[in-house]
Ligand binder design. Structure first.
Ligand code: ZN
Ligand code: ZN
Length: 280
């Protein structure tokens, strides 16, 4: 049995209605699931929900709750952009928040630099904003992650090391570089202190944009040593991906020593037993 709290429907850049996602969740016998559309942003980006749709989004989730045996929860994936938007801005209306960093600093024209978009866009920002210094860019990404935890404490940290998406074949750096490990470990220590959940996100795997989940196995191992709670997420952008790569990931996470994962049950986060085949 599975749960998934990271899903995007047609309220943002996902495909399929809320009802279609719920029907698939029922078919897959999910214990519970949550919706996490990209929260409205103070920038004009095609992938975030429009502000005026937020009320309908919440009402649609509320309505579907009563129609299915799957426990359904209200969430948003919220960016942290200093002085502009943070997970705390939306938490009041939600069962949980996913805090993610997709944007690091700005181009000279004022547009935010998206770090997980096209490779050409990534290279442009790297050159213009960071003078092609990849280490500075990655360091800033993790600094922002830590700042988000300090200032805004989301329920779940979204795709912790997503910046590696641009380093698919190790073009820019090695994850064993000491500076990189230093950034990751500093972030994990803050996460452990704050008591937030880290998702193990499978999207890079089934999109074939990463050889490993977000975060990488060596990071999951360090998380386990720090007793950081985890949950599984597919970051689905269509109903068919709701549990994509979960089987393989459960097996990996089990091998790395995790025996519990956190799920939303009866309205609160609870640790439940994990087996290599899923939630017991
Ligand atoms: Zn994301
Ligand atoms: Zn997402």
């Amino acid at each position: 049995m599975w749960t998934n709290y990271h899903s995007h429907c047609n309220y943002c850049d996902g495909k399929g209605t809320i009802a279609e996602h719920v029907a698939k969740a029922r078919e897959l016998n999910l214990r519970s699931m949550g919706f996490s559309s990209h929260a409205p942003l103070p920038f004009d980006v095609p992938w975030a929900m429009k502000k005026e749709r937020l009320e309908n989004y919440l009402a649609d989730i509320e309505a579907v709750r009563k129609t299915t045996a799957v426990e359904i929860y209200k969430g948003l994936e919220i960016d942290y952009v200093p002085g502009k938007v943070s997970p705390a801005d939306y938490e009041r209306d939600l069962d949980y928040t996913i805090g993610s960093i997709h944007m690091v600093e700005y181009f000279n024209n004022g547009k935010p630099w998206e770090i997980d978009g096209a490779a050409t866009l990534f290279k442009e920002g790297l050159a213009e904003i960071f003078n092609n210094n990849y280490r500075d860019a990655v360091t800033r990404y993790f600094e922002l992650s830590r700042e988000m935890i300090d200032k805004s404490g989301p329920t779940i940290i979204g795709h912790l090391d997503k910046i590696k998406i641009q380093n698919h074949e190790g073009e820019y750096f090695s994850e064993s570089d000491s500076w990189y490990q230093h950034e990751v470990i500093g972030t994990l220590n803050k996460i452990a202190d704050a008591g937030v959940i880290v998702e193990v996100n499978t999207r890079g795997l089934y999109q074939k944009k990463s050889h490993t989940p977000y975060p990488s196995p060596w990071i999951i191992e360090l998380m386990r040593q720090r007793h950081i709670p985890i949950t599984f997420s597919s970051d689905a952008h269509r109903p068919d991906d709701l549990i994509n790569q979960f089987q393989e990931t459960a097996s990996l996470v089990f091998t790395l020593g995790y025996r519990k994962i956190s799920i939303l049950r009866d309205g609160s986060w609870q640790p439940v037993n994990l087996t290599p085949d899923g939630i017991a």
